[in-house]
Design a protein around this ligand. Structure first.
Ligand code: ATR
Length: 292
């Protein structure tokens, strides 16, 4: 593959600006992706990490808006504050109960979107797997699970959720109509009727211990597609097991890329050129930070 060396962007009075607000934010891969795409598309833009302390979120956002930024991504610990600051909540944000993308609209309003669920679906579809109908078993009931559940329900997918803490899954089901909750320990029992299995828990993530899933992929239908949103490591134990059973797999890196692509389009007005090059770039960066 052709090697692309990122160059410093030309910054002038026409440069379109966006960034990611978080604390800490130095680990974020978003600047790497967005600046790669900006250069690849020849867009005069820049995307910067914005370390903003807890309590300073609103001051920072109003300042960035006043300074002409197009918008920002929002990550931990500011997601709740982001939800509260928007003037217009997109349906994606309403349904997922969270905001990870702010757009500073021309009329002065702040628009809030959640791109996680649609990023997840776009990634699965980019693997040639249509997301429409069928049944998904989601493991976990945190913020990522809610965003993914909302996007799947919108596409007519039946959603079953199993979470270690059942009450949390019940609370999620109460906020999004159409979800069935089952006990964590009984997740394996519905596997045979599912077309999609999605791990949204931190099980399998580097450094997160070695808890096990309450299911045996040997019980799955041959057509089951196994997705993990964990991307460090990319080949999680769940995906390795799925491959051993001959099941199709979708790893978590693509969701990260596709959710970023949705913000890129909103701020810079250009479709993100998602392809193997950005995936290789992220892969190399993640590898370097694990071994370096
Ligand atoms: P996010 O917002 O990224 O989804 P989160 O809100 O911290 O993250 O949710 C993490 C999910 O991983 C939860 O569903 C959590 O289960 P609980 O609600 O019971 O805490 C799940 N999780 C984390 N560690 C787990 C483990 N060892 N076994 C089972 N589930 C686990």
């Amino acid at each position: 593959m052709e090697k692309t060396t990122p160059r410093a962007p030309r910054i002038d009075g026409h440069t379109l600006l966006a960034g990611v607000i978080g604390w800490p934010v130095a680990h974020s891969r978003s600047p790497l992706m967005h600046n790669f795409w900006l250069e690849k598309c020849g867009v005069n833009g820049a995307y910067v990490p914005l370390p903003v302390r807890p309590g300073q979120f609103e001051t920072a956002v109003r300042g960035l808006q006043a300074a002409g930024f197009r918008g920002v991504n929002v990550t931990i610990p500011h997601k709740e504050s982001a939800y509260g600051i928007v003037d217009r909540l997109d349906r994606s944000a309403e349904r997922s109960g969270s905001v990870n993308t702010l757009v500073f609209a021309d009329d002065g309003r702040i628009e809030g979107y959640s791109t996680d669920g649609d990023g997840f679906v776009a990634n699965v579809e980019a693997h040639g797997i249509p997301v429409h109908g069928g049944c998904a078993l989601l493991l976990g009931a945190g913020g990522a699970a809610r965003a993914i559940a909302a996007s799947l329900l919108d596409r007519g997918v039946k959603v079953i959720i199993a979470n270690r803490t059942r009450a949390r899954a019940e609370a999620l089901a109460a906020s999004l109509a159409g979800i069935t909750v089952i006990d964590w320990a009984r997740a394996g029992e519905v596997l045979a009727e599912c077309t999609l299995l999605v791990n949204t828990t931190s099980i399998g993530m580097e450094g997160a211990g070695n808890a096990a899933f309450p299911l045996d992929l040997g019980q799955a239908d041959r057509a089951l597609v196994v997705c993990d949103i964990v991307y460090v490591p990319r080949q999680t134990a769940l995906l390795v097991q799925a491959q051993a059973h001959g099941l199709r797999c979708v790893d978590g890196l693509g969701m990260l890329i596709h959710q970023a692509g949705l913000g890129f389009r909103k701020w810079f007005g250009v479709t993100a050129p998602i392809g193997p090059d950005v995936e290789a770039l992220l892969d190399a960066d993640l590898h370097a930070s694990r071994t370096g």
